[in-house]
Write a protein that binds this ligand. Structure first.
Ligand SMILES: Cc1ncc(COP(=O)(O)O)c(C=O)c1O
Length: 435
């Protein structure tokens, strides 16, 4: 499809492309089997349950997770997985919620559940130019005794803003000091192995369309049984209880994953998840990792080599300029030969016209954006506290009130089927900004 249309697809951090073989295999399964709603013993239901169980097992196997230690809870996407943790975590006034500046909004939003329960939220910054966390600063925050309440530490294994891979050895470091660790793996797992026999985060969130493109509408929370047992769901729903009564005004939650899967799961899609994981395994996640790493190194090299006629660099990259401890997400802004920023919206418009799919803005990662673009807490609070912005703020208002500073960047991201021609196609496009 890419070759036929001359499309340069550079948005893998948003979504992987659809493997046709996977769609064909899934379609054949739906054609050849009679599948009903699970949660019953009739034959159509029982067969569906078999496929759902298989999908659950495939996820555990893919991540090398011990079924005695971990459960897989199917959700609609990574965001729903994160919300399950946020709404059920036993935040308290004597606890803490610690997270990195570099996080997707679906992790940032958990702070609102913490806030309602009076639990303080602490952000640990990332530092330019690489946009990594200062390890000593993080250690200081994690090592403080705290007031004895439950403590949750959340971070992304890979940044969807800068591509930085944050160290997985923060997981045991935090756990040894009494923290529960929520690892947002959504941007990491499409191109990196995550071995849950080596690393034991308490909670892992992800969306499957990011890993293998199809099906959409399914993600999961992989949870350590011990950590899951401490969560308290704020409600019950169809599928999550053993018994609920109207007149008796009581309900009894089901055990394990069932207590967290609200209503009917996306049961027709789940066999596709098992096939998708087999598809990645057939290629080899290590092969994918190596491929994307090499292309990323090439992309960065070409982008940083672009110079205007007066020698000024075209692009400033936010994040590592080598392929070490980073993924295939490269975020930057372009500048003219006088050092004036080229509006990222213009870059996007020209890319669209050239049939290149890239992404601009802050990618739902405002902390990453604020650090990269030098937007300070003072800029933000004077903007947010203007009376007209009490309840409503459009992106254009925001741009105006932070005094014309750039509010976004350009992101190109590579994945499973990216190739050298994509990198070359992008470089040719970037060259059109040189003067
Ligand atoms: C790091 C990270 N976390 C979470 C999400 C949210 O994923 P979804 O929109 O599929 O829920 C994304 C999506 O881009 C992401 O990149």
């Amino acid at each position: 499809m890419l070759d036929a249309t001359g499309h340069v697809y550079l948005d893998y951090t948003a979504a992987n492309l659809i493997p046709q073989s996977l769609v064909a295999r899934h379609t054949a399964l739906l054609r050849d089997h009679l599948l009903g709603n699970p949660h019953s013993s009739n034959p159509s239901s029982a067969l569906t349950t078999t496929f759902v169980d298989q999908a659950r097992l495939s996820v555990l196997e893919f991540f090398n997770a011990d079924p005695d230690e971990y459960v897989v809870i199917f959700t609609g996407n990574a965001t729903q997985a994160l919300k399950l943790v946020g709404e059920s975590y036993h935040f308290s006034e004597s606890g803490e919620y610690v997270l990195t500046f570099d996080n997707h909004n679906s992790v940032n939003g958990i702070r609102e559940f913490a806030r309602v329960k009076g639990c303080p939220t602490i952000y640990v910054p990332v530092v330019l130019p690489e946009m990594r966390v200062n390890d000593a600063e993080l250690a200081f925050v994690l090592e403080r005794g705290g007031a004895g309440g439950p403590r949750l530490f959340a971070y992304p294994a890979q940044s969807n803003f800068s591509g930085v891979q944050h160290p997985l050895d923060w997981i045991p470091f935090a756990q040894e000091r009494g923290w529960d660790v929520l690892l947002d793996a959504a941007a990491f797992t499409p191109t990196n192995p995550l071995d849950l026999s080596r690393w034991s985060p308490d909670f892992v969130s992800q969306s499957f369309y990011k890993m293998f493109g199809y099906p959409t509408g399914v993600g999961c929370l992989i949870a350590r049984k011990e950590a899951l047992a401490k969560l308290r769901r704020p409600w019950f729903a169809g599928g999550t209880i053993t018994v609920a009564s109207v007149q008796g005004d009581r309900y009894y939650l089901a055990e394990g994953a069932s207590a967290f899967e609200d209503g009917t799961p996306n049961y027709l899609a789940l066999p596709g998840v098992a096939f998708g994981l087999e598809y990645l395994t057939s290629i080899g996640i290590d092969v994918i990792h190596k491929h994307v790493t090499q292309l990323t190194a090439d992309l960065i090299e070409r982008l940083t080599a672009l110079r205007h006629s007066n020698g000024a660099a075209l692009a400033r990259i936010y994040g590592p300029r080598s392929a070490i401890r980073r993924g295939g997400t490269v975020t930057f802004n372009m500048y003219d030969q006088h050092g004036r920023a080229i509006d990222h919206r213009d870059v996007e418009a020209r890319a669209n016209a050239a049939n290149i799919s890239l992404r601009t803005g802050c990618f739902c990662n405002p902390g990453g954006g604020e650090i990269a673009l030098g937007i300070t807490g003072t800029d933000l609070s004077s903007c947010f506290h203007q009376p007209e912005h009490e309840t409503h703020l459009t992106i254009d208002d925001f741009r105006l009130c932070i005094d014309g500073k750039s509010t976004g960047a350009v992101r190109v991201s590579l994945g499973l089927v990216s190739n050298l021609a994509d990198v070359a196609g992008f470089t040719t496009f970037a060259e059109t900004f040189l003067t």
